[in-house]
Design a binder for this molecule. Structure first.
Ligand SMILES: Nc1nc2c(ncn2[C@@H]2O[C@H](COP(=O)(O)OP(=O)(O)OP(=O)(O)O)[C@@H](O)[C@H]2O)c(=O)[nH]1
Ligand SMILES: [Mg+2]
Length: 189
């Protein structure tokens, strides 16, 4: 966005809040993408069960500050059918799922992540990684951060750890996501 637009942004910024930003939730199957979306939309206590997503779910979430986020929760096995969703994406939530799952950030997932990071439509999108932890895995955690750092280089990104079925933590994901989106929008303007 050029300098001319930047000055206009201050004047029009209240309206920007009404315009939803677009966020994708991606990640391997069964990592908890839909569970996270439902946690925001309905609250964790209202979630009785979650079925695997066959293609995608979409919903608008309103954050505590009033920002609207159009969230696309894509099926973990979406593969190439993901491409039509990329255009206009302002941010990506990458669900890593439960720490320590058998195939956690193995080679195929790293390749998938790197491909995603190379997508032109996502070049300015911040990435928020979400991991679910049930124990104290601090040692391996540093290894995870190092690997992500290598992959993400100059990208705006963050990592949030959540506890299972925890509303506070699900809300925290939304807060951090909103911060990342705000920072990126400001940096671009
Ligand atoms: N207890 C608990 N279970 C969770 C949590 N998140 C996900 N699950 C469970 O993990 C399973 C998979 O969750 P989903 O949200 O369907 O996973 P997904 O990533 O959307 O999977 P796909 O749609 O197949 O890509 C479900 O049985 C959920 O109930 C969580 O925070 N706590
Ligand atoms: Mg799902």
């Amino acid at each position: 966005m050029g300098a001319a637009c930047a000055s206009g942004l201050t004047v029009f910024s209240p309206n920007l809040k009404d315009h939803p930003v677009k966020v994708l939730i991606v990640g391997k199957p069964s990592t908890g993408k839909t569970f996270l979306l439902y946690s925001w939309k309905y609250g964790v206590d209202a979630i009785l069960s979650v079925e695997p997503t066959s293609h995608f779910n979409v919903d608008t979430i309103t954050t505590q500050s009033g920002r609207k986020i159009l969230v696309y929760d894509l099926a973990g096995n979406i593969g190439l059918r993901m491409r039509p969703f990329l255009e206009g994406t302002n941010g990506v939530v990458y669900m890593l799922g439960l720490y320590g799952r058998d195939d956690f950030l193995q080679e195929d997932e790293m390749i998938f992540l790197q491909q995603l990071l190379q997508e032109r439509d996502l070049e300015n999108a911040p990435f928020l990684f979400v991991i679910r932890k049930e124990g104290n895995e601090n040692e391996a955690h540093q290894d995870l951060l190092d690997r992500l750092q290598q992959c993400l280089k100059q990208r705006v990104w963050d990592l949030v750890e959540i506890r299972s079925r925890n509303q506070e933590d699900a809300n925290l994901v939304l807060t951090v996501l909103e911060d990342l989106l705000n920072n990126t929008t400001n940096a671009e303007s």
